[in-house]
Design a protein around this ligand. Structure first.
Ligand SMILES: NC(=O)c1ccc[n+]([C@@H]2O[C@H](COP(=O)([O-])OP(=O)(O)OC[C@H]3O[C@@H](n4cnc5c(N)ncnc54)[C@H](OP(=O)(O)O)[C@@H]3O)[C@@H](O)[C@H]2O)c1
Length: 502
């Protein structure tokens, strides 16, 4: 580390360890109230000044021990109660590691009397998360309530406005307000940690913000929703329908009573939008993402994928293209031998394609109380150590306005499943329409077990036909399918699944 970098780090650690304001450090140690502000803006003090201040910090440190870092936790559900339990259980070990005590001093939730398996008797109780966020009795605010607006947003905003560091696991909040909150944090010199918001226990935010700081990322993709991965894995291993797998997932607590946010891909889209901003430096744009869920996946799709050497995974994918940033969430055919295909069950995985380290795959538990609370704790420790990085990787004013690449410009292979009328000439007519747009078909499957499925309204038998295309433009595939539908040879909506050769 350069001298100036290590000097900055020492100053920040000194301030964070004592919960001081920058002005207090300036007055007490540096002899200039604006010293820390100037330092953060990039002004480099001369080496004699640095040496004087380091000496003063050392002398100061010898005469005192850092006060405890007092934490306020809003939300004592799955993640919040686990976090409090870990901090109460492992407090002594954390103190040894940090040379500073970390203590939960105050909490907020809806019900004060609910048994959460933790002892909150000695903690200050708040009914209102905003009052907790602003309380003088804490140095750091942890938001584990959830929801993109409401009390979570109000409390995080209130804490940042007074320069108080915040840690949150709330992807919905970040996807909607991430840029505004990052700006607020920068203005008030407060840290904002959200490691747990994407892929629960996998340290992907830290990897992007700090570990890969200098690498140029071309593509990020991954499995970011454990519920969908559990369902698709079971559909692949056992001959079970989507609906039955979903029921099991709900019974096991992997899926919500209303599962649509997960299975229709929106949860993945929130996480992807945050990752894409950290990877490419554009503003967060969850509403610009093409989102398709897994509820239309059938055993036919799973079987054909397996026979052709693929598995189906719900992927979130963001990549640079010549047209802008392509961001999409959809079920995807991935080669069986690829690393991502081996990530099964409720596990998550995120792959990063970079210029220096090529492909990096981070896999692990994407949800659950303990892994998520561990990520929250890792942010708390970073803040206690005084680590400072812009929340979104670059200062928010340098984020570029989002430039979306149109999905129709996407190029790749496609799996197409059609319900075709079983009449002479139907298949030839379909092939002709594809040929008109120069779509090359790799294989056509029309087997007996995919055979006659039903009859059309006019009584004609219907046959399931599956085609795999070579690399082609999405706009060509969609237009040719629209023409095939208009010709009257198919019934219902064709199933279209993109193939990624990862
Ligand atoms: N669970 C996971 O595996 C996971 C993984 C990654 C990220 N996350 C994120 O972590 C956050 C928390 O998730 P969770 O699963 O722990 O949620 P949860 O079990 O539903 O807990 C939510 C907590 O917030 C409290 N709460 C709700 N409204 C409140 C209000 N108006 N004022 C004060 N407290 C309020 C609830 O109080 P009561 O208990 O009194 O009702 C509850 O303790 C969410 O943002 C979620 O997206 C969760």
């Amino acid at each position: 580390m350069s001298d100036i970098k290590s000097f900055r780090q020492s100053v920040e650690s000194f301030i964070a360890a004592r919960g001081w304001t920058p002005t207090r450090f300036g007055r007490t140690v540096a002899g200039d109230p604006l010293f820390v502000f100037d330092l953060r803006e990039g002004r480099e003090p001369r080496s004699e000044t640095r040496a004087r201040i380091l000496r003063a910090m050392q002398e100061f440190g010898e005469g005192e021990t850092a006060p405890p870092l007092r934490i306020g936790v809003a939300g004592l559900g799955n993640v919040g109660a686990t976090l409090v339990r870990i901090l109460q259980r492992d407090g002594a070990e954390l103190t040894r590691k940090l040379n500073r005590q970390i203590v939960v001093t105050a909490v907020a939730a809806r019900s004060r009397s609910r048994d959460r398996g933790i002892d909150i008797s000695g903690l200050e109780w708040f009914d209102d998360p905003v009052a907790l966020a602003k309380s003088d009795g804490i140095d750091l605010f942890v938001e584990l309530i959830g929801g993109e607006d409401g009390p979570a947003f109000a409390a995080v905003k209130a804490a940042l406005e007074i320069g108080r560091p915040v840690v949150t696991a709330n992807k919905a909040l970040l996807a909607k307000h991430g840029v505004a909150l990052a700006r607020l944090a920068e203005e008030s010199s407060a840290q904002l940690g959200f490691e747990a918001a994407v892929a629960g226990g996998i340290p992907v935010i830290k990897t992007l913000r700090e570990g890969l700081g200098s690498a140029r990322i071309a593509k990020v993709f991954g499995i970011m929703n454990g519920t969908c991965n559990y369902i698709l894995t079971r559909m692949g291993n056992e001959n079970i329908s989507f609906a039955d797998c979903l029921k099991d997932a709900q019974a096991l607590g992997y899926a919500e009573a209303d599962p649509s946010f997960d299975v229709e891909g929106f949860d993945t889209a929130h996480k992807l939008s945050i990752l894409a901003t950290l990877c490419f430096g554009y503003e967060i744009a969850p509403d610009q993402i093409r989102v398709e869920g897994i509820s239309s996946i059938t055993q036919h799709d799973i079987k054909v994928a397996a026979e052709l050497g693929y598995k189906i995974k719900l992927l979130g994918i963001a990549q640079r293209t010549e047209h802008g940033i392509e961001q999409r969430v959809h079920p995807t055919f991935v080669p069986k031998g690829s690393a991502i295909a081996g990530v099964d069950g409720v596990m998550n995985a995120i792959a990063l394609e970079t210029d220096h380290v090529h492909e990096l795959l981070l896999a692990g538990p994407g949800a659950g109380g303990p892994p998520t609370a561990a990520s929250v704790l890792s942010d708390i420790l970073d803040i206690a150590r005084g680590t400072r990085v812009p929340p979104l990787g670059v200062p928010s004013e340098e984020l570029m306005p989002y430039k979306q690449a149109p999905m129709r410009a996407h190029e790749g292979g496609f799996y197409i499943r059609l319900s075709a009328k079983d009449v002479p000439g139907a298949l030839a007519a379909i092939a002709t329409r594809m040929g008109e747009r120069s779509i090359s078909i790799d294989s056509v499957i029309q087997r007996s077990d995919l055979g006659v499925k039903a009859v059309a309204e006019d009584g004609t038998p219907i046959r399931t036909v599956v085609m795999i295309t070579q690399r082609t433009l999405e706009s060509d595939v969609r237009e040719s399918l629209a023409q095939i539908a208009a010709d009257g040879f198919i019934v219902g909506q064709p199933q279209l699944i993109r193939i990624e050769m990862l």
